[in-house]
Structure formats: structure tokens, C-alpha cells
Design a protein around this ligand. Structure first.
Ligand code: GLN
Length: 483
């Protein structure tokens, strides 16, 4: 395979690695070709917010030199990757999709970013997202919406809309996103790509601009399940810079994903197939379940009755943590400062008023209310108790099944503007994803066919804590069925 055929047919990471090792694919040419595609498509799709060309080409040259010498190559040698703009990269602008961080150039790399580069990846630039990762459509970015490459009148999902769209439009081979309540899985589903929610603690959050620290996770997007598994293996593992990162050993996820799904017990929770689910999405997911049966899985109907409390619980916990995390943006330490202030206190409030968008302000107010004296017990404490019940319910379910499958989102990608003025309708887009976020378990979105109009449908495969390998095995079986 040559550089040109690689870009045009967008083959797998192992094809690319072979091409680079043999010298037929040059990492520098590949990076330049991806930059040419970005230049061509970005004005329309608004996927990248900034490019890190100098760093990318330097790394690509290093990979080519290593290959020319016949020295061992990293598992991601030469792979062009995009990074969601809530993860920091040394010297590159970090906006988090917000005006308030305008002009901020962090002095260090996020651990996940550094690990990608150490494995040979070529970091193309920073990807658009909802402001501070708050949203389900990428319409909350201060830098304009991302358009879905499948249908540019539609949203790519959010908040990692740029990360999903970059892979779907082949503007990067893979990308990193973050998921607090669904922000990797839902956009992956809307754009027809694979997205991984690792177990909480599996991937270091060092260098992630925090939204809700007890829920935030970093995970990969890729064009197929095996590549996503390879990427997770690279970024996972303990990091002394993040005390919540787990010392549990990192499995060879790609090899595990090769093991097949035969014999696995799959739970199908009734609550995820109830009112509000688009009939075409239901049909495709049911075909996916049939494919799992054909692959030798046992299908078991299960019930997760606490699901109905997940959205209110998530929107108390996440907003409470956001109100605390976002207090640091005051016009002094980072980015934007209002110029229209006579006093110090005016400077704080004007900077925050002018710097934050409407959804972020709504969440800071909701979260501050939920934490305030007199309301803390009724809202925050109660939500924490419900969160525990939700997690226990999943643990009980995983005593009987190896994985749980559901639709990732109740509908396919919706039109830009369709839900923009209705926060509640937007929050309901997360109805099937926030449960796993609250429980800390892992999951994968795997493409599972399309609607008659050609819009991608995604299946969510959930597995117990640190059982990513099981989720990958199930996802591979669905992928192989080509629904
Ligand atoms: N859509 C959800 C929200 O707006 C989830 C976002 C996320 O996972 N970062 O909070």
C-alpha cells in the first residue's frame, strides 16, 4: 500500500504500520495529505479549531527516519490523530470551545496526548467541541457548530463532535475525545464511527480541562473496533499525575478483541427500549442483537429500573462539579479578561459574563444552587445516593451477564437548530449514556447499520469495570455482521 491508497481507502492501523515499516508509506507524506484534506473540508465542516503542523511534521519525520533505519516502530507510528480541544498540548491554543480561554497556551501535554505521541502518533491539531464539553450537539461551541459529514445539515452529536466528525470525514485516522455523560459514545453513534468510554480511572485525566471530575473520562475514536482497542491500550494505565488513575494492569485490548463473542452472555435491558426510542433505531439494534445470537452469544432480557432517575441525577452531580471546577476562570489566571471594568469585582463578573456561553452559565447556576446551604441535602446528597443505587444495579446485572447492549442514542443525528432552544430535549439525548457514566463502568459505541435516510445508528455495548476487552469482543461481532 502507498501513502495515496492509504488515505483514499482509509485502511486499518496495522496496514498503516506495515506500510510505514516497509517504507511504502511515508509518515511525512501522509501527514501532508491529511492536512490537504483538512484544508479542503474544514471550511464546510468546522471540525478543527487549530492545527499543530510544525510539531506533527517533526514527529512524522522522526517516524520516517526510524523506519528507514529499520529500528522498532511504536504501535501508532505515523498515525495522524486529532485531539479534542479540552485536552492540553504544549504551546498549542487550548480553548475548550469557550471564549473565556481565548489566548491560553498551556505549557504542558495531557498524559493521554503524550502517550499517543510516544507511541509514534502524529498530532494534527485540536478539535472543535461543545463549550467545556457541555452539550450533545456541538452547537454550544463558541467557535461555531461542527457539521455532520454524513449530512451537513445535521449535528455530529456532542460534546466531542469534532472528534467523531474528524474520523468520519477521514480528516484524521483516529482522535481523542472525552465523555462525561455520553460525549464520546453519542457523537460516535451520530457519525457512524467507533468510540470508547473507558472505565473511570483507566485513562489519566491529567491535562484535561475539567467539567465534572468524578465523571470525566478520556477515550479514543477510530474507524473500526480493533483500532480503537489498540488506541486504548496506548493511553490507558496508571499516571502519578492523576491520583484517580488505576494501577490495574493494562490488557492487550486489540488481541482480546480477536477472541470472538461466542459463549458470552448479553443482557438487553427493557428500560432502554421503551417510549421515546425511534422505531428505525430500534429495528437496527434488534438486528444487531440477532447478529450476536448468530455469533454464539446468549441473549438475556434484564431490567435496570433505576434508569429513570439517571438524567436528573446526572444533571445535579455534573452541574455541581462544574460550578466548582469553573470557578477558576476569573479573568486573572487564564485567557479572556473583560476590558470594561472599574473594580476588581467587576472585572471578575464581567470577564465571566462575557467569556462564558449560555449553557455554561445555566449549569454554573444550577450546580451552585444544588450545592448551596439548605439545598445540598435535598439535591446533591440525594443525587449521590441515587448514583450509588444505579451503580449497584449494574453490578448486580453483571453477575448474570458479561455485557449489556442498548441503543447509544434514542434517535439518529438531528438537524442543526432542532433542539438548540430546548435544553430539556437536548438533555434527553443522553438518556441511554448517562447511566454508565454515573456507574463508572466501560462501554463502546459500534456502528449498527443506518436508517432509510442513510443516517448512522449506533449500538452501545457496556461491560463491568475494567472489562473493556469484553466490550470490544461484542462490538467486533456486531461490526463483522455489517448490519
Ligand atoms: N451531553 C451531556 C452534557 O451535556 C454529556 C456531555 C459530556 O459527556 N461531556 O452534559
Amino acid at each position: 500500500m502507498t501513502t495515496e491508497t492509504y488515505v483514499e481507502t482509509s485502511k486499518t492501523l496495522s496496514d498503516l504500520r506495515q506500510g510505514i515499516a516497509s517504507g511504502r508509506v511515508k509518515a511525512v507524506d501522509l501527514a501532508n495529505r491529511y492536512y490537504a484534506r483538512i484544508e479542503q473540508l474544514n471550511p464546510r465542516l468546522n471540525v478543527f479549531l487549530s492545527l499543530t503542523k510544525e510539531r506533527a511534521l517533526k514527529q512524522a519525520a522522526k517516524v520516517d527516519a526510524t523506519a528507514a533505519k529499520g529500528d522498532p516502530l511504536g504501535p501508532l507510528a505515523g498515525v495522524p490523530v486529532g485531539i479534542k480541544d479540552v485536552l492540553v498540548m504544549r504551546g498549542a491554543p487550548a480553548t475548550a470551545g469557550s471564549r473565556i480561554l481565548k489566548g491560553y497556551h498551556p505549557p504542558y501535554d495531557a498524559t493521554a496526548v503524550a502517550r499517543l505521541e510516544a507511541a509514534g502518533a502524529v498530532l494534527l491539531g485540536k478539535l472543535n467541541c461543545d463549550e467545556f464539553a457541555m452539550g450533545s450537539s456541538n452547537e454550544n461551541s463558541a467557535y461555531g457548530p461542527v457539521r455532520n459529514p454524513v449530512d451537513p445539515e445535521r449535528v455530529p452529536g456532542g460534546s466531542s463532535g469534532g472528534s467523531a466528525a474528524a474520523v468520519a470525514a477521514n480528516m484524521a485516522v483516529a482522535s481523542l475525545g472525552t465523555d462525561t455523560g455520553g460525549s464520546i459514545r453519542q457523537p460516535a453513534s451520530f457519525c457512524g464511527v467507533v468510540g470508547v468510554l473507558p472505565t473511570y480511572g483507566r485513562v489519566s485525566r491529567y491535562g484535561l480541562i475539567a467539567f465534572a471530575s468524578s465523571l470525566d473520562r478520556i477515550g479514543p475514536f477510530a474507524g473500526n473496533v480493533r483500532d480503537a482497542a489498540t488506541l486504548l491500550g496506548v493511553i490507558a494505565g496508571h499516571d502519578p499525575c492523576d491520583a484517580t488513575s488505576s494501577p490495574a494492569p493494562v490488557a492487550d485490548y486489540a488481541a482480546e478483541s480477536d477472541e470472538g463473542a461466542e459463549g458470552l452472555r448479553i443482557g438487553v435491558p427493557a428500560e432502554y427500549f421503551a417510549e421515546g426510542l425511534d422505531p428505525e433505531v430500534r429495528e437496527r439494534i434488534e438486528s444487531g442483537i440477532e447478529a450476536l445470537k448468530a455469533a454464539g452469544c446468549t441473549i438475556k432480557p434484564i431490567s435496570l429500573p433505576h434508569t429513570r432517575y439517571a438524567i436528573p441525577t446526572y444533571y445535579v452531580v455534573a452541574t455541581a462539579e462544574a460550578s466548582a471546577n469553573l470557578a477558576r476562570f476569573d479573568g486573572v489566571r487564564y485567557g479572556y479578561r473583560s476590558s470594561s471594568s472599574a473594580t476588581l469585582s467587576d472585572m471578575y463578573s464581567h470577564s465571566r459574563d462575557e467569556g462564558f456561553g449560555a449553557e455554561v452559565k445555566r449549569r454554573i447556576m444550577l450546580g451552585t444552587y444544588a450545592l448551596s446551604a439548605g439545598y445540598y441535602d435535598a439535591y446533591y446528597l440525594k443525587a449521590q445516593k441515587v448514583r450509588r443505587l444505579l451503580a449497584e444495579e449494574f453490578l448486580r446485572a453483571f453477575a448474570d451477564v458479561d455485557a449489556i447492549v442498548t441503543p447509544t442514542a434514542p434517535t439518529p443525528a438531528f438537524k442543526i437548530g432542532e433542539k438548540a432552544d430546548d435544553p430539556l430535549a437536548m438533555y434527553l439525548a443522553d438518556i441511554y449514556t448517562v447511566t454508565a457514566s454515573l456507574a463508572g463502568i466501560c462501554g463502546v459505541n459500534v456502528p449498527c447499520g443506518a436508517t432509510k435516510a442513510g443516517l448512522p445508528v449506533g449500538m452501545q455495548v457496556l461491560a463491568a469495570h475494567f472489562q473493556e476487552g469484553t466490550a470490544f469482543r461484542v462490538a467486533r461481532a456486531v461490526e463483522a455482521a455489517q448490519i
